[in-house]
Design a protein around this ligand. Sequence first.
Ligand SMILES: [Zn+2]
Length: 418
Amino acid sequence: MTPEKMFHDLLGLGLSWMVEECVRDGRYAKVVLRVKETEHLWEEERCPKCKGRVSCYDHTEPVRWRHLNCFEHECEIECRLPRGRCASCEHTYRVRPPWEGKSKHFTKEFEAFTLVLAREMPMKKVGEIVKETDTRLWRLVLSHVDAAHGEADFSGVTCVGVDELSRRRGHRYVSVFADLPQKRVIFATEGKDQTVWDRFSEALQAHHGDTDRIQDVSMDMSPAYMAGVANNCPSAEIVFDKYHVIAHVNEAVDAVRRREMSMGGYDARQQLKETRWVWLKNPQNLTAKEQKRLNRVDQQNRCTAKAYQMRLTLQDIYLLHEVSAAKRKLRAWCRWVRTVARRHVSLMFAQMVKCANMIEVHLNGILAHWRHRLTNGFMEGLNSVFSAVKRKARGYRSPRYLIAMLYFVAGKLRLPAT
Ligand SMILES: [Zn+2]
């Protein structure tokens, strides 16, 4: 068997193409496989416009596609592609070879391999391993993600969660929509105002879905999102998800800590220093060191410790099974927060009182959590998805790249796209 015949078999080229020559491009230590079409191609090839018979018109200049490495050497397929001409409609076109991937520089196999790597590591690292430029690799990933996302079917979507991903700390947002039962990201768009819902509605329709069919929306207490739901999803009930409610209270605990640090005198500062992250955790998750820091805080008299108790109590309310009991307890919680706040000077609990007000105003949507028993897990999980996406797209945080990476990581798409 000649090397040419062997490569022909390995590439699975069939009857229509043959390896004419395999050479080592010495300068770059590359293996180049020169491929050309056979007569058989014209028996099978049909006009893409009218399905008529096609004959060879001419050939392009040599084109190269990066293929999987041959041992440690880079390998490329080179071909002067035939251009076909239709006998019926005279349409002339470049024949698409069977090895060509979605992006013009790579073979299908190389693309599939690169997508596997991209799942596991940041794009920069992928570039180092396969020795390709970031630009080309991004183009590869984008073409597959676009194609696969374009094909995705959202006809069964009735229960969505929405959250915002901040591209940089504190500003520039991307709104992310997830199909909660299917645990997949289905749409993302720049911004966090109510117009993101109009764009979501359009996207849903483009994928055989309909915002009329949406029954539940799980989200944060954002007025913009609420307006967006009201305008676009007539049948939807809003559920303020547990994750966001607790997150607001966590922020309030931190606000109490900061206020107490600045206004509480020497003792307060001594006790509270280096405790910022301690208050964000649950007691059972504290390390020995953190537990020690917590122990040195006066649990009876420190406002921060009190606020922390409030957060833990609120979390416990979420363990209740009955919505009626939850309603009673949430109201009692709000009263408790206000009573404690009144007993303290300097608006120490101001942020906590804000939370209590917010919970009362949105009580119905918060209680919907009990009525719908939504899978809140995925909403909370979105945050780790966001971190993974940012890590992968390090250095490429334009919305286009971030959104493609979101679909790639969490869209449950069929990749590589065909
Ligand atoms: Zn034709």
